[in-house]
Design a binder for this molecule. Structure first.
Ligand code: FAD
Length: 284
């Protein structure tokens, strides 16, 4: 974890583009409230294959209007060089200087098409097109990407993204402290020396979390799963227990030298705010 200790911790929030006008109004209020905590930046997810691309742009505009630094996510699978060039130019014109560069996943039923296959190609393209304009974050998988043929291969592929010009990484969420620290140490051995910021998923709804985790290659450890299942529909107890578990994980990560935390807010204020306050992140 030595490589990580030199970076001052940066705390950030992730949102997704709302689908309705009501959701948009609510997200603005969420951004104002969470923005008061003083995150380094916030990010907005992006749908591959056209599902929320307009939504991402609009949400970025809304967030910039409340005065927060905003990093759009951009995925390349299924996109042409021309359309990605236009998107990058539109963000440069808005004054955006950070971007989260991803491969993305094709929506089910759609065949893979397009000029890009992996995120390292997108990182190289962004550098080719816009030089050093953007601070580029990429995705990292402490428990390994579900399609990776092996852990060693996935690590090499992660290294390619950094070699292509990424400045930092945000991890998939995880509940195993060791998975993260071992991943970072493996990266160090491969000469990767950028901040690898843990992605933190507050636990609020067990069924939804279990569904996400299956697809994302993020494991809910057996002890945690069984305890959460035992609460059944008692959401209040799930939240209270989830808060305790995640706050403890965050505390251990920061003590070990993690260079910040990136919260998957799911567009909700409460759980992220509670963690922020319990961990006194505003004072770090
Ligand atoms: P890559 O880094 O390209 O890796 C994908 C797979 O290909 C891995 O198995 C890897 O080992 C392998 N691979 C990589 N490069 C090569 C290569 N050159 N040759 C051979 N194999 C290679 N999805 C969205 O749709 N929208 C979002 O906004 C979004 N935001 C995310 C944010 C974070 C922080 C994270 C962790 C994930 C996010 N995702 C998002 C999910 C992500 O798009 C998926 O996990 C996707 O399957 C992989 O994207 P990637 O950028 O990690 O891909």
């Amino acid at each position: 974890m030595e490589s990580q200790k030199k970076y001052p911790p940066a705390f950030s929030f992730e949102f997704f583009p709302p689908k309705t006008e009501e959701g948009r109004t609510k997200l603005r209020a969420t951004c104002v409230e969470l923005g008061e905590l003083g995150p380094r930046y916030v990010s907005v997810t992006y749908g591959a294959g056209g599902s929320t691309q307009e939504g991402t742009y609009q949400t970025v505009k809304d967030i910039l209007a409340v005065g927060l630094e905003c990093a759009p996510h951009l995925s390349c699978i299924g996109s042409s060089r021309e359309s990605l060039r236009e998107t990058l130019q539109s963000y440069v014109a808005l004054g955006v200087t950070r971007i989260v560069a991803l491969r993305g996943d094709m929506p089910s039923g759609m065949r893979e098409a397009g000029e890009f296959h992996y995120a390292n190609e997108l990182v190289a393209f962004i550098r080719e097109e816009t030089g050093d304009h953007f601070h580029i974050e990429v995705a990292a998988y402490p428990e390994f990407h579900p399609q990776a043929p092996s852990s060693a291969n996935d690590l090499q592929n992660f290294r390619r993204k950094i070699a292509a010009g990424a400045n930092a990484a945000i991890t998939q969420y995880f509940y195993s402290f060791d998975a993260y620290t071992r991943f970072v140490e493996d990266c160090e051995r491969l000469g990767v020396d950028v901040p690898i910021v843990p992605g933190i998923m507050p636990i609020t709804n067990y069924k939804q979390l279990a569904r996400f985790s299956e697809a994302a290659g993020a494991e809910i450890p057996r002890w945690l799963r069984l305890r959460l299942e035992a609460y059944g529909e008692d959401l209040e107890s799930i939240r209270a227990f989830g808060h305790e578990v995640v706050a403890d994980l965050c505390e251990r990560l920061l003590a070990a030298g993690a260079p910040g935390l990136h919260f998957y807010t799911m567009n909700q204020t409460g759980p992220t705010r509670a963690l922020w306050e319990a961990l006194r992140l505003g004072e770090r």
